[in-house]
Each structure stands twice: as C-alpha cells, then as structure tokens.
Write a new protein. Structure first.
Lengths: 257, 234
C-alpha cells in the first residue's frame, strides 16, 4: 500500500473501528480489495466514490451485514466474528441508518424506536417510551410519535430511522447514503440532525454524495474506486488538491452541478 | 316447513340428549381447526425458511407429502391407520381436529412462506442492525407483515377450511353436513329443501369470512388511503 494514500488519524483518541486488509468477493467478482481504514473515537469519516466502488459494502462489513472473505475488522478491540453472542453485542454498539430508511411499516414512529430497547436490552415499555420520546424530540419529531411511516415524508422517516438507531445508545453510527433517496428539500433536515450528532462527538462513518456536507463535517474523506481505497485526506486537502487522478476526475464531475 | 321441523337437530345435533352437533359443532370445529392450523402454519413457514438445509428440506418434504393427499384420505389415514401403526386411537372428533389442522396448516404455512419472502430484505437488516435476534426479527418484524400480505390467500384457505369440516362427518362426527344428510335420509322426499338450506348456510358463512378478510385488509394497510377532501376545489 503506497504511503501517500494512507493518512493516519492525528490526536490521541483511541481507534475504535479498524479494517485491516479486508477483501470481499461476490462469487468471483471482487468488491473490496485490501481495504485498510482506522476510525478514531469522535471522528467523522466520509466515504465517497463512484457507484460500484464498494463504499456501501465497506460500511456494511463493519456491522457484519456482509461477511468478509479475508482480512480483519476490529471494533472496540474485539475482532468481528459471526458467533451470535458477539454479533449482538457488536450491533448494540454500532448503529446503522439505511438509504431506504427501512422503518417497520406496521409500527408507529415511537414503536419503531422502542422495539430494540425493549427486546434486546429488555427495558420495560415505560422506560423504552421515555427514551423513544426523548430521541424523537431530539430529531424534531415528537409530534409524529403516533404516526405510521406511510404518513411521514421521506425526511421525517429518515429522522425517525436515525432516532431508532440512536435508541440503542451506540458508540459508532454508520450512514449508508442517508439522503440519496430523499427529495432535495428534505435533505437538509436530515443533514442537520447528522451535523448535531457530529458536534456532540459521535463517531460516524458516512457514505454520501453530499460534498458540501462532507466539507463542513468530515475529519477525513475516504475516496474509493473499484473496491480499493485510493485516497484518505482531510476535506480541505481532498477537495482542493486531490492527489489521485481518479479522485480528481470524480470531483470534477460531481462538483460541476 | 320441513326445515323448521328439524331446525333444532340441524343446528345443534342431538344436544341436549347427546353431544353437541349440527351447525354449532361445525362452527366450534372450524374455530378450533382455524387456530391450530394457523399455529402449525407459522411453525411450518418458520422451519421452511431455516438456514439449515436439513430442517428446511425435511419440512418442505413433509408439507409436500401432506398437500398431495385429499384431506379425506389424510383424515382416514389418521383415524384408521395410525392406531395400527402406533397403537394410539383417537376419537373421531380428535382425529378430525388433528388431521384438518395439519392438512390446512400445511397450506397456510406455504402461503405464509410466500408472504415472508415478499417482506423486503431491508426490514430484516434494520432489525439485525439494532441487535435483534433472528427469532425476534421473524416474530416482531417479518411475520406481521407477511400475514398482512397473505390475507387474500388466507381468506381462500379459511373458506376452504370451513367447508371441509364437512369431511369429518365421514368418520362419524355429527357436524352440519352430517345432520343434514341424516335428516335427508329420514325424509327422503325433500332433498331440494334440505340441501338447499345447507348450501345457503354454508354460503352465508363463507360470505362472512370473506368480509372479515376485506375488513382486515383495509384496517392493516398502513398506507395512505385516498380520501375525498370535503373542501377540495374543482
């Protein structure tokens, strides 16, 4: 791995997510090629790149929604393996927000947020409700607690999804293109919630095409193409003077509109 | 009128001079079988979707075998053959409940399995990402949605289930078809009225089942209903 593409986290915060030489295949097609990434506590990492570059796959490997064929992923010092107990422990510490929201349509917004705390952490209904209402208030949707997802706008659904992920009090939040399925007017309300989370010190790994957002919030930008991590750099450096040619091509296309 | 003369017998069987029968027994039987078959169906659907090839393969095989028999043959098998094989004898009523529950349950299980397959994969992923176990995801997230998706097929099933409780009369259970046939055998000259009445009763109940199905479909649709705004301007 050439030294000019890997920039290590500065500061003394501990590394809580570490991907080491991760390789992943779908059959014979290689989706992740020797991916190495360290995420320190409190860091906000933005992963970007052309479609098919493996960025979504990359973060889905962190909470084992996708298995890997080679390499190692270490979260909070524990290597991620597929035994049921450790997987459940891992997933209570790592929260995820999906591009398609994936809210449970047969439950209200509040019930969506309450389900995991009640079933995984075995909280009582009242305790879960208190947590649920607190989080819905935080994302600005206390008034919609009793609404079913079908009656919420896309931006509202995604904010409920963020509240649902936060209900388990994770220490790392993964975002898989959280605003890609939203109408433009609704993107900002979701980004605002994510910015406030970042300000509070949440460790976040975000796959997104929102470059202005990345400039504002990211501590480091990771550029991926064809399954490889090509460049990791702070946003000021990445957006003004990217080193890799492929990164330059990508930015020129994506920043032109 | 010949129906009115025999109404008590048709509706209640020999009760109170004997065990309950007639239409009342058909209803009781249908309710019992309806619940047991549904539980059996959930079990079958869950096992058929297991990641273990052995479990899912065996379940599929058993379900296919049961579904390829006429329900009457399965009932006979349970009532006549099982005592010879295992030495356990069920009463006609027990045989009917067990056989019909397993038989209808196999079909319900297949319907539920298709419903479960239709639930978006993202639902399981969202549940898994918050730490829910596979059992919890199955029970709280996928099954409720699968049932909702499967209601039209389940209505079909339950109509079939209600009608086929009549096969129990062949092993001696005196439910509605049993009492109707008895009355006709005694009277002999009024088959149109007797069987016409039977058909009417079955039809009304099936209409009821279909209506319940439509009501549940509406109530559980979770999607915006298109309503006419009273203040809309043309």
């Amino acid at each position: 791995m050439s030294s000019n593409t890997q920039e290590h986290a500065t500061g003394t915060k501990p590394v809580i997510v570490s991907m080491r030489h991760v390789n992943k295949f779908y059959g014979t097609h290689q989706v992740l090629d020797d991916v190495c990434l360290d995420v320190a506590q409190g860091e906000v990492i933005v992963v970007c790149g052309p479609s098919g570059s493996g960025k979504s796959t990359c973060i889905r490997c962190i909470n084992q929604l996708e298995p890997i064929q080679a390499g190692e992923i270490v979260v909070f010092g524990e290597p991620v393996d597929t035994s049921r107990g450790s997987l459940s422990r891992l997933r209570t510490k790592v929260g995820m927000v999906f591009q398609q929201f994936n809210l449970y349509p047969h439950k209200t917004a509040l019930e969506n947020v309450m389900l995991a705390p009640m079933k995984v952490k075995k909280l009582s209904r009242q305790e879960a409700e208190v947590i649920g209402m607190k989080l819905l208030t935080r994302v600005g949707l206390a008034a919609k607690a009793g609404a079913y997802p079908a009656f919420l706008s896309g931006g509202q659904q995604q904010r409920v999804a963020i509240a649902r992920a936060l209900a388990m009090q994770p220490e790392v939040m993964l975002f898989d293109e959280p605003t890609s399925a939203l109408d433009p007017e609704m993107i900002q309300e979701v980004l605002d919630v994510m910015i406030s989370l970042a300000k509070e010190g949440m460790t976040m790994v975000i796959v997104t095409h929102e470059m202005n957002f990345a400039r504002r919030v990211a501590d480091r930008v990771v550029f991926m193409d064809a399954g490889k991590v090509l460049e990791i750099a702070p946003p000021e450096q990445f957006f003004t003077a990217p080193r890799e040619e492929r990164a330059q091509q990508f930015l020129s296309k994506i920043l032109s509109h | 009128m010949v129906i009115l003369d025999n109404l008590r017998f048709l509706l209640l069987g020999p009760f109170p001079n004997g065990p309950i029968g007639g239409l009342a027994l058909t209803i009781i039987l249908s309710l019992l079988v309806g619940i047991c078959a549904f539980c059996y169906g959930i079990l079958v659907a869950g096992l058929a979707l297991s990641t273990s090839k052995v479990i899912s393969g065996t379940t599929q095989l058993v379900t296919t075998l049961i579904r390829s028999l006429p329900s009457l043959v399965f009932l006979f098998w349970l009532y006549f053959l099982l005592p010879a094989l295992l030495g356990v004898q069920f009463t006609p009523l027990q045989s009917a409940v067990i056989a019909l529950s397993i038989y209808q349950g196999s079909f319900i299980g297949e319907d539920l399995r298709s419903g479960l397959n239709a639930v978006a994969r993202g639902q399981s992923e969202a549940g898994a990402a918050t730490g829910l176990s596979s059992m919890q995801i199955f029970w709280h997230i996928r099954l409720p949605q699968a049932v909702r998706l499967t209601i039209p097929a389940l209505v079909n099933r339950y109509i079939n289930l209600f009608l086929y409780t009549s096969t129990a009369s062949v092993v001696g259970v005196l439910e509605f078809t049993g009492t109707v046939t008895l009355v006709n055998n005694r009277l002999l000259v009024h088959p149109i009225q007797v069987f016409g009445f039977a058909a009417l009763v079955y039809f009304l109940f099936c209409l009821g089942i279909a209506s319940v199905g439509r009501y549940l479909e509406g109530r559980w649709s979770w999607s915006r209903k298109i309503t006419r705004s009273s203040s809309s301007s043309a």
